[in-house]
Design a protein around this ligand. Structure first.
Ligand SMILES: Cc1cc2nc3c(=O)[nH]c(=O)nc-3n(C[C@H](O)[C@H](O)[C@H](O)COP(=O)(O)O)c2cc1C
Ligand SMILES: CC(C)CC(=O)C(=O)O
Length: 349
């Protein structure tokens, strides 16, 4: 059978393979899924206004983020539970990210321990995503594990003081991983697996404590409001990710790409601003970068690749997106992803 030739086809292939409860866990969003739909729809409403006769024979796609080089401005966003999608789980994802020469943000809720992910994928550039745990000693243990695994940054998720309410999971009664799988990073010193806890009282003080705890750069994920973006700058944050968690947390917040310009303006170039949510095509990547993003993350597309064909599927998803970015860049008459300005995008009135 021919391999899928778009992220959409990968989703169809993944859906055909996955248990419906697991497909719905990966695909679903919070509440009425207004934000989930908005993430993709907002990219569709933005039109590209290309230039002509300005291209390069080999356009520049590479970006350097917090000292880590990525061959294309498309990162692997942190997503939980990869072994639900494929037995090799995060090991397969990391190998594919390494082969595609991009950065993978390993979820704290990975089903392979971050140290084992790193060991399985030599040369992978990994960052570690953290949900601050109510027990500060356990949070510190997680940070040390990320450091020992060689992760290049700590990505602190700020949009999840509680877990989003997801009707699809309720309908299936999907609340726990099946027997044999667990969140391997959550083992304490005795080997017991702790449940992931959310911290409703998470605050800027927690960011300060993390700042004191580690010399890793801290990336704040889940920022939508410009005032929070400005505030983050005073707390030693090295980058921001504009994200609504793929529409899985607070429903009816704006599409990520709609929130992007306000955050970009607020930080005024002091730190890189990344975006995730709804990126499915190379043209989406260009639109986000034209509006000021330094790179984007993809969540579900990677899971679809993994479910469809393991490491090979993830590699193909990343390669497809890279090729689409290259084509779109050339068709926009641009020589480099660093040359894109807001005039490339026509926003609806
Ligand atoms: C199945 C799934 C699991 C996720 N798990 C995490 C997680 O563990 N930590 C986190 O910060 N974000 C998590 N996210 C959010 C992603 O990092 C990202 O914000 C989102 O998927 C981007 O939207 P996209 O799926 O449209 O690309 C998850 C998203 C999905 C779809
Ligand atoms: C363990 C989960 C809370 C992971 C997550 O962030 C998600 O499912 O969106």
């Amino acid at each position: 059978m021919r391999p899928p030739s778009s992220v959409r086809e990968f989703e169809a292939a993944a859906r055909a393979r996955l248990d419906p409860a697991h497909y719905d866990y990966f695909a679903g969003g919070a509440g009425e899924e207004v934000t989930l739909r908005a993430n993709e729809a907002a990219f569709g409403r933005l039109a590209l206004l290309p230039r002509v006769l300005g291209g390069a024979a080999k356009p520049e796609l590479g970006v350097t983020l917090l000292g880590d080089r990525a061959a294309a401005p498309v990162l692997v966003a942190p997503t939980a539970f990869h072994r639900l999608a494929h037995p090799e789980g995060e090991k397969a994802t990391a190998r594919a990210a390494a082969a595609a020469e991009t950065i993978m943000i390993v979820s704290m809720a990975s089903t392979v321990a971050v140290g084992d992910v790193a060991a399985a994928a030599p040369g992978a550039r990994l960052w570690f995503q953290l949900y601050v745990q109510p027990d500060p000693a356990f949070t510190e243990l997680l940070v040390r594990r990320a450091e020992e695994a060689g992760c290049g940054a700590l990505v602190v998720t700020a949009d999840s003081p509680v877990r989003g309410r997801r009707d699809r999971d309720e309908r299936h009664g999907f609340h726990d991983l099946p027997t044999g799988l667990c969140c391997e990073n959550m083992r304490d010193e005795t080997g017991r697996v702790r449940p992931i806890e959310f911290s409703p009282a998470i605050s800027w003080e927690h960011v300060d404590r993390l700042r004191d705890m580690t010399s890793l750069p801290i990336v704040l994920k889940g920022v939508l409001h410009p005032a929070d973006a400005r505030r983050a700058l005073g707390h030693g944050v090295s980058a921001l990710i504009v994200s609504n968690h793929g529409g899985r947390q607070l429903d009816t917040v704006p599409a990520a790409v709609e929130a992007l310009p306000g955050v970009v303006e607020a930080v005024a170039g002091t730190v890189p601003v990344l975006l995730d949510g709804g990126v499915r095509r190379g043209t989406d990547v260009l639109k986000a970068m034209a509006l000021g993003a330094s790179a984007v993350g993809v969540g579900r597309p990677v899971v679809w690749g993994l479910a469809a064909d393991g490491e090979r599927g993830v590699r193909r998803v990343l390669d497809l997106l890279r090729a689409e970015v290259e084509d779109a860049l050339t068709l926009c008459g641009a020589r480099s992803v660093h040359d894109l300005g807001a005039d490339l995008v026509l926003r609806p009135c």
